[in-house]
Design a protein around this ligand. Structure first.
Ligand SMILES: Cc1cc2nc3c(=O)[nH]c(=O)nc-3n(C[C@H](O)[C@H](O)[C@H](O)COP(=O)(O)OP(=O)(O)OC[C@H]3O[C@@H](n4cnc5c(N)ncnc54)[C@H](O)[C@@H]3O)c2cc1C
Ligand SMILES: O=P(O)(O)OC[C@H](O)CO
Length: 613
């Protein structure tokens, strides 16, 4: 079987990076860099990407795993962010139809003082949300339900002071797979995508313009130069650190305000919700907590605390666990979730833009003013009039800035900072695309591509194609996004045809989408590995050969959901996975032991063994 995107082609990729004068070099292989890479490759640019860890190993595998518009941002007047992200949900589903899945969110409303919404404002917010996304007359149009119906749906929910709930469309996502499918798409289009290669310094030409980096192959320690006409910094939380490598960057661009967010996972027998549920934490801090059902488990989060630790290895601490258990047991008093119920967890670092001072916000730090509903409703009314063409953009801006002034100069809490993105160009030409969310990654990348296309033409006389990124489907996503169920059913049947049981066949189809046929073709020439099923074996071999899977953690944490949502199967299969990888990749006994130890350490950390008494 030809190795398309693997440990073997990685060597060819690095040679290509050494010997090609690239049009564009991307630093950072999370969703932001991956989105730019596939668009640049499609446009015909000679593009390379360096990722110092595994693809998606940074924030882009540590999110709440939603493609969502951020309804709570309406209360911080981030109407621009909501307008962008809520529209992008359907676009992302269209370009990666096997990944984000629509799953309406339930937002319970209580009659308590710290609520983000009441029954009136939640309806206004949902109507605006739907209107911005153009779903107001679809099967997913929002609605409200009364107290009884809420408790009928979620009997475990706190009933005291419960008024009812809003129900509105959002999407569940597989963040790490969204990244790898974009990276594979870029590689399939000729992009030179290298994981475990770190940019360690930047270089400039005689005019002081950035013209490449010195890179280090993290696996071998080898250092080499990569030359490029343009360099873009898509290092997320590391953006400021990367800018720090560049002494000619002058204005230094956006400063990142990193905040940590933690999620915990329990079995659905401990806590079960029929649909994603989004409610105030109930502990008076103005935060909102997601509770999401996933593959027989339930995960919930997040915290939002300023972070000064190691960005590469953010950890879940006792204070994070205490906060989330307090919040979840407040909302679901019968659940009595304890630390011993936690099967898995993860921590991520938001790449918030420090300059995105929060706007008028009714939550966050104790000393921030509460925005009156009248001000909030006035803004929504102005936005509605703007959407109807009755007022100008300036009128909306005026009502927003009026509110900001009214909030006065106050300490901006992490949750008040806007989740907007920024595209900056340094004095030496280094481009930085930072902030934002996974949900608007395509739009962020399209904005950067406009700048990149223009600069390549004006400054280098290099002409690349204009592309329609809204139609640029990722690897595995090459099918009709309005026909997902039927298509995945077709791929499921294809796998069943090879003797694979229904449940495993469905897993393959959902994981690999339109690549399932290729995965199933591996059955013709791989032996089922000891301790694994045929489905496990072909999935692993495909991932090694065509998804740059280099370690068991790459496979079990990011290419699949074993570590986070399948504790039982993980325990049963992890050693067999290590054995099969060692055989295929030709590891020495020492290397195999090292990989096994790293996997077991990660599992223990994810399970919070050190915190459990
Ligand atoms: C707790 C939490 C929950 C969230 N939930 C959601 C959600 O549900 N939906 C949503 O849309 N958004 C969500 N977000 C936001 C979203 O996850 C981030 O905005 C997004 O993942 C950032 O992607 P990125 O590619 O910019 O950064 P990253 O994914 O961090 O990628 C940057 C990459 O750059 C690499 N890098 C750094 N320095 C170098 C170097 N010198 N050389 C080479 N590589 C380098 C890093 O290894 C890293 O992989 C959440 C964020 C957090 C923290
Ligand atoms: O940045 P926040 O506070 O919206 O938290 C991230 C959410 O959990 C999902 O985007």
């Amino acid at each position: 079987m030809k190795l398309n995107f693997s440990y073997k082609t990685r060597k060819e990729t690095i040679d290509g990076l050494k010997n090609t004068d690239l049009d564009l070099l991307i630093i950072g292989g999370g969703i932001t860099g991956a989105g730019v890479a596939i668009q640049a490759a499609k446009a015909g640019a000679k593009v390379g990407l360096l990722e110092m860890q595994d693809f998606a190993e940074g924030t882009s595998s540590r999110s709440t795993k939603l493609v969502h518009g951020g309804i709570r941002y309406l209360k911080t007047f981030d109407v621009g962010v909501v307008s962008d992200t809520v529209k992008e949900r359907a676009v992302v589903q269209g370009i990666a139809p096997h990944i984000p899945k629509p799953f309406p969110m339930l937002l319970p409303i209580y009659d308590t003082p710290d609520q983000t919404f009441d029954m009136f404002s939640v309806k206004i917010a949902m109507d605006l949300y739907d209107r911005l996304a153009g779903v107001e007359s679809s099967q997913y149009a929002n609605y409200t339900i009364d107290r009884d119906e809420v408790l009928q749906r979620e009997p475990g929910l706190k009933s005291d002071k419960l008024l009812g709930a809003g129900v509105y469309l959002d999407y569940v996502n597989n963040d790490a797979r969204l990244v790898i499918e974009n990276i594979k798409g870029a590689a399939e289009l000729g992009g030179l995508m290298a994981s475990r290669v770190k940019a360690v310094s930047v270089s400039h030409n005689a005019d002081g313009k950035i013209d490449g980096v010195t890179a280090e192959d993290v696996l071998s320690g080898e250092k080499f130069d990569v030359n490029a006409k343009l360099v873009i910094n898509t290092t997320g939380p590391w953006s400021s650190k990367f800018l720090g490598l560049d002494d000619k960057n002058g204005d230094k661009g956006q400063v990142i305000r990193p905040t940590k967010g933690v999620h915990l996972v329990v079995d659905e027998s401990v806590l079960s919700v029929p649909q994603p549920t989004y409610s105030d934490s109930g502990v008076g801090d103005g935060r909102m907590i997601f509770v999401v059902p996933r593959e027989g488990k339930t995960y919930f989060g997040t915290t939002d605390t300023d972070y000064t630790g190691d960005y590469t290895h953010p950890t879940v601490e006792q204070a994070d666990v205490d906060y989330l258990l307090k919040a979840i047991n407040n909302r679901f008093p019968e659940a009595n979730v304890t630390i011993d119920d936690i099967e898995a967890s993860w921590a991520g670092i938001r790449p918030l833009l420090g300059s995105n001072a929060g706007s008028d916000y009714n939550g966050g730090g104790a000393n921030t003013g509460k925005v009156s509903d009248e001000s909030f409703n006035n803004l929504i009314d102005t936005v509605n009039k703007y959407n109807e063409g009755e007022v100008e953009r300036g009128d909306v801006e005026k009502s927003i800035s009026a509110l900001k002034q009214s909030s006065g100069e106050k300490e901006i809490s992490a949750s008040q900072v806007s989740r907007g993105s920024s595209l900056d160009v340094g004095e030496d030409g280094l481009i930085t695309l930072s902030g934002g969310k996974i949900t608007d990654y395509r739009k962020m990348a399209a904005g950067a591509m406009e700048l990149i296309t223009k600069t390549l033409k004006d400054e280098f006389n290099v002409v690349i194609k204009e592309i329609d990124s809204k139609k640029l489907q990722v690897s595995g996503g090459h099918f009709d996004p309005t026909n997902v169920e039927k298509t995945l059913d077709f791929y499921t049947k294809l796998a069943i045809g090879k003797g694979i049981p229904q449940d495993e066949a469905e897993d393959l189809a959902n994981r690999f989408g339109s690549n399932t046929g290729r995965v199933v073709s591996y059955a013709a020439h791989v032996e089922t590995a000891p301790g694994l099923t045929l489905a496990d074996t072909i999935s692993l071999h495909y991932s090694i050969n065509e998804e740059m899977t280099l370690t068991p953690i790459d496979y079990l944490l990011r290419r699949t959901n074993f570590v986070l949502f399948h504790e039982d199967k993980l325990a049963a299969k992890k050693d067999a996975i290590v054995d099969e990888m060692a055989r295929v990749l030709g590891w020495s006994d020492d290397e195999k032991q090292k990989q096994a130890d790293e996997l077991n350490d990660l599992i223990a950390e994810t399970r919070l063994d050190a915190l459990k008494k």
